[in-house]
Design a protein. Structure first.
Length: 252
């Protein structure tokens, strides 16, 4: 695969990126490729696919991949401006993202501001309960085991120090809450993944999109995220496009 890259829309810097096959990782909705001649970079391709319930429910809505890619790019750029180190480098096409190559920590970090989803199912909390200060949780990144909840002590036994991820997650939450509030959206919860580069530095990885967040219209429980697909309550691409349009106003 050869992609024509145009960093920052500068026609004088047009160059080709050679993507090496086969892929080094094929996920449920994204595929990761090595980049020819650049051992420290990868290309992530976003697909027109959505999954739920550990892949048991799937669909392939048109344009979904590019919308999630563009939302992620805007959010990564926004967080970089706030001093958060991310793997994002460039968005050479509508559904591909050039990123730093990371060794991903096998942990999903979940930040919760409002009770919804699994925390309601697994505790006595009622949906919509405000969580203040925010709750940071850790789950093993393994669909075959059901992504079980981890404790700090279990993470340390696995050889993983959760503290750097914890503090970065809280900083990210602060910045995202500020922005989504301006957009009239409640940031209910969201998933983060982290990884280390070849020098041992920690970066935010994966994606940041409504696929990995719960977003409610402010003051309501009206979903603008993947719950529309999980619960069959609406067409997610239109909701995602509305978020992308608002982000282009506020995330610059």
């Amino acid at each position: 695969m050869i992609i024509e890259a145009n960093p920052n829309n500068n026609p004088n810097k047009l160059h080709r990126i050679i993507v090496k096959h086969p892929a080094i990782n094929v996920g449920k909705v994204k595929t990761v490729y090595e980049v020819g001649g650049e051992a420290d970079k990868v290309m992530i391709e976003y697909h027109d696919k959505v999954t739920a319930f550990d892949g048991k429910k799937t669909s392939e809505p048109s344009e979904k991949g590019k919308v999630c890619c563009l939302i992620s790019a805007l959010l990564f750029e926004y967080l970089e401006k706030q001093g958060i180190r991310t793997h994002y480098i460039d968005c050479p096409s509508l559904n591909t993202m050039l990123c730093k190559k990371l060794t991903i920590v096998p942990v999903e970090v979940i930040v919760r501001n409002i009770a919804a989803g699994s925390i309601v199912k697994n505790t006595t909390m009622k949906e919509g309960t405000i969580i203040s200060p925010e709750l940071v949780e850790y789950f093993l990144k393994d669909d075959s085991l059901g992504d079980p909840l981890l404790t700090h002590d279990r993470l340390r036994l696995m050889g993983i120090n959760p503290e750097p991820m914890y503090h970065i997650a809280k900083d990210i939450n602060l910045h995202l809450q500020q922005m989504f509030t301006l957009m009239g959206i409640d940031l209910v919860d969201f998933k983060l993944e982290f990884g280390y580069d070849a020098h041992g530095d920690l970066f935010l990885g994966d994606e940041l999109s409504p696929d990995s967040m719960r977003l409610w219209k402010k003051g309501t429980q009206e979903s603008m995220d993947k719950d529309l697909f999980r619960e069959g309550g609406g067409y997610i691409v239109e909701a995602y496009k509305n978020i992308l349009q608002e982000l282009r106003r506020f995330a610059i």
